[in-house]
Write a protein that binds this ligand. Structure first.
Ligand code: ATP
Ligand code: MG
Length: 422
């Protein structure tokens, strides 16, 4: 894509009311725009990143046999009364013109449970795994952390339905592994730790995936021996020792909950009278699990971790483009290179703007944070070369133009093999 076609522009100063690094950088780089507190628009560059995250999640969900659906956001009051959650403070409530009350979906157990019930009668119909990637609405009290806490935000929510605890446990473990793959592919694998959290009255522990960053709203106690995290809410119960390895060296870290998994058991199947017949003809309640990841929050966490004083440093699998190509006054040659790279299947953002100085182009490229930058100029062409630099590293390499395809092939190979969807 040519940068002259991009309607957004980078912004020098971060908006004064944005305190978080993720919002400051994403707004300055032209990835997102703030409409009001906790509500953001995704702009072309940001949307590309969001789609990359979405596709990583989709691939990993499909890999564990989930089926994708898309559920409504306008929810009748009655379904929420069944589970006694209509009064929850997060719920945005509206009335239609006849005075009928409607809630905006902040989670979807109340929709998915009666829906799956329509199709499941016997143990032969189980298990069922369903997910969606959808907007959620929550009247959050504090929405000051940019994409980390929105009032409108995108969530992947998966719900699983089982005939036995063993089956639920087995699938729960599968999801846990898929979540680690997702966070690794998004570039936050090393900073993200499985964390024990209280599971409410009905299921003992639940698990959160906590990403360590200074701006995090949560605090976890991280075991230095086995790397299990323990949420602050339950640490007292655990007497300040690791519940897994009994290690006593726990370090407090600020963190963000990027995902969580939860055994709901029969909490919702009871509310909706969702039973199945087992292989002996006995009626039993279906057992459920639910598993969430906030896509915007994940992106926010990635930015909180991967940046420097100049701007964003995108992990390669999330970058909106493979390469940022900068023309410093040699339009003809750069244009040809742009066409050649595209023919090779490489996705290029081409800074073809003629009214910008080299300095401005460098500063903006650093802010946007595409992993590889190529510069074509009088100086590089005199050597028959282009200049190649990896974002976040000081080293600059000169590569002969005729060797470039081979060179990039090597560097981008692993990347392109993975990116099937976007
Ligand atoms: P938190 O404790 O941070 O409010 P939660 O326990 O309410 O999170 P869930 O309802 O389980 O979270 O939602 C699943 C996932 O959705 C979370 O792990 C998080 O990634 C994301 N999420 C939750 N609330 C928000 C929000 N307000 N903005 C952005 N993402 C969110
Ligand atoms: Mg919440």
């Amino acid at each position: 894509m040519k940068q002259t076609q991009l309607f957004t522009k980078t912004i020098k100063e971060a908006p004064k009311d944005e305190k978080s690094i993720n919002a400051q950088l994403l707004i300055r780089a032209g990835f997102i725009d703030k409409l009001t507190a906790g509500v953001y628009s995704y702009l072309p560059l940001g949307l590309r990143v969001l789609k990359k995250i979405e596709n990583i999640i989709r691939e990993e969900m499909n890999n564990i046999s989930c089926q994708e659906v898309f559920l409504p956001v306008l929810h009748p009051k009655e379904i929420w009364q069944k589970t006694e959650r209509w009064q929850y403070p997060e719920m945005f409530k509206l009335k239609n013109r006849q005075g009928k009350e409607i809630g905006l979906g902040w989670t979807h157990e109340e929709v998915i449970t009666p829906l799956v019930k329509k199709f499941v009668k016997s143990y032969k119909d189980l298990p069922v795994f369903v997910y969606q990637i959808q907007d959620k609405f929550r009247d959050e009290l504090r929405a000051k952390s940019g994409l980390l806490r929105g009032r409108e935000f995108i969530m992947k929510d998966l719900y699983s339905f089982h005939q036995s605890d063993t089956d639920l446990e087995r699938y729960y473990t599968k999801v846990k592994k898929a979540y680690f793959r997702i966070f690794k592919r998004c570039g936050i694998g090393r900073q993200t730790f499985l964390t024990l959290a209280s599971g409410g009255a009905f299921s003992g522990y639940s698990h959160e995936f906590q990403t360590i960053t200074e701006f995090g709203e949560d605090e976890i106690y991280l075991c230095q021996k086995c790397k299990l995290g323990v949420n602050r809410e339950i640490i007292q119960k655990e007497k300040y020792q690791c519940p897994k390895c009994k290690g006593k060296k726990l370090v407090i870290k600020k963190s963000i909950e990027v995902g969580n998994i939860f055994k709901l058991k029969d909490r919702f199947s009871k509310a909706f009278d969702f039973k199945f017949r087992d292989n002996k003809g006995m009626e039993k309640f279906v057992l459920m699990g639910c598993y969430g990841i906030g896509l915007g929050r994940l992106l926010g966490a990635v930015i909180e971790i991967h940046h420097d004083e100049k701007g964003i440093i995108l992990p390669k699998e999330l970058s909106p483009f493979d390469l940022h190509l900068l023309d410093l006054g040699r339009k003809k040659e750069t244009e040809k290179l742009y066409q050649d790279l595209q023919k090779q299947g490489i996705k290029v953002l081409y800074d073809n703007r003629e009214d910008k100085t080299a300095g401005t182009k460098f500063v903006e490229a650093d802010l946007i944070g595409i992993p590889w930058r190529i510069v074509v100029s009088e100086r590089t062409l005199a050597k028959g070369c282009i200049e190649l630099k990896k974002r976040g590293r000081p080293k600059i390499e000169f590569v002969k133009i005729k060797h470039l395809p081979q060179f990039l092939n090597e560097k981008l190979k692993t990347l392109n093999a993975k990116q099937k969807c976007f």
